[in-house]
Unconditional design. Structure first.
Length: 341
């Protein structure tokens, strides 16, 4: 059986990864002892992150920048916020996955200048430096989400339910049955305020806090990515977010997206995370740089499909990167940088 080569991150900490998504580390992030001074998080924030598996950074980008991204999400899909029925005009689907992504509200844009502006914002970057305890990071090339009310052609009832595996409402991002648990960090920037009925990010922080004791009591052969826990014992909560807030969460935090049950409002976010840079992984680095330069759909995740109507490369040119953005992409090496502050 072929074992993928593990690449060491460009950092003083011994982080290793084969794909830039999940990492092996001598200590789980929840047990990490800080060596770098905190930049954005307070000591209380960091303790909360390690205990409950998530943390909220207020106004990581400005509300105005969040509004610009929200407007772009509407425009990119050819939808009209003043005409709600435009959200329910089904395109031709390339696959069942494509149909599911439409229902869930994914926006297949990865390289627009506004998306990169969030990625190369100092406050956003500094927050991820805090949780990884490393300044040498790469940003994930991810997309947006614009989720109108889940009714009509966007009703979740149109997706055949499964008894095991991925569940949009509550799942883990890593295989939780592995002997050595991989480390992964995810993030979202809210483009709209949290409101009752609007759905959005939800999680089970008490399950994260008690995960080790819960895990040893589980039977062999349990589902590796779906918790199946009693919500009375392990409540599912929805953190309060305002437009521009960044929520960072651990891949071992059971989380999901609640349906939008409102009458006419949308929930929107930018998916944005950062991981230790894998500069010696030249194939991955070259793929990232090429994706930015040519506006090609990133290939790090099989669910990234690109827009079927008009690819990004036909809409606009490459985003302009500042010095931080060039290093977060992999275009410039962290080892050549004098510092990111």
């Amino acid at each position: 059986m072929h074992t993928p080569h593990l690449h060491r991150a460009a950092t003083g900490r011994p982080y290793f990864s084969a794909d830039g998504e999940t990492y092996l580390a001598p200590a789980p992030l929840r047990d990490l002892r800080k060596t770098e001074p905190l930049r954005v998080l307070s000591a209380e924030d960091f303790a909360f992150w390690q205990t409950y598996g998530y943390v909220v950074v207020r106004e990581a980008i400005t509300p105005g920048e969040a509004k610009g991204l929200l407007d772009f999400a509407w425009q990119f899909q050819g939808l009209d916020p003043d005409r709600p029925d435009s959200c329910y005009e089904e395109p031709e689907f390339r696959s069942e996955l494509d149909r599911h992504l439409y229902i869930y509200g994914f926006v297949e844009a990865y390289h627009h200048q506004l998306i990169w502006d969030s990625r190369q914002t100092q406050r956003v970057y500094d927050a991820f430096v805090d949780v990884w305890d490393s300044p040498e990071l790469w940003v994930t090339l991810d997309r947006l989400n614009l989720n109108p009310p889940n009714t009509g052609t966007r009703s979740r009832a149109l997706i055949e339910p499964a008894d095991e595996g991925f569940d949009i409402e509550l799942h883990w991002d890593v295989d939780t049955t592995l002997a050595v648990l991989p480390q992964r960090v995810q993030g979202i920037i809210a483009l709209t305020d949290t409101r009752p009925g609007l759905g959005g990010f939800q999680c089970a922080p008490e399950l994260f806090r008690r995960f080790d004791e819960w895990r040893v009591a589980q039977p062999a052969g349990r589902d590796p990515v779906r918790p199946g826990t009693d919500r009375a014992e392990f409540p599912v909560i929805r953190p309060d977010l305002q437009a521009g807030d960044l929520l960072i969460f651990n891949g071992l935090l059971a989380h999901g997206v609640a349906p939008n049950l409102s009458d006419n409002a949308v929930r929107a976010v930018q998916y944005l995370s950062m991981m230790p840079a894998l500069e010696e992984h030249t194939a991955l680095r070259d793929s990232r740089v090429d994706s930015w330069r040519t506006l090609a759909t990133p290939d790090w995740n099989a669910t990234l499909l690109g827009d079927a109507r008009e690819p990004e490369a036909l809409r606009y040119g490459p985003a302009e990167l500042n010095g931080l953005g060039r290093r977060l992409l992999g275009l410039d090496s962290w080892s050549a940088a004098e510092g990111a502050r």
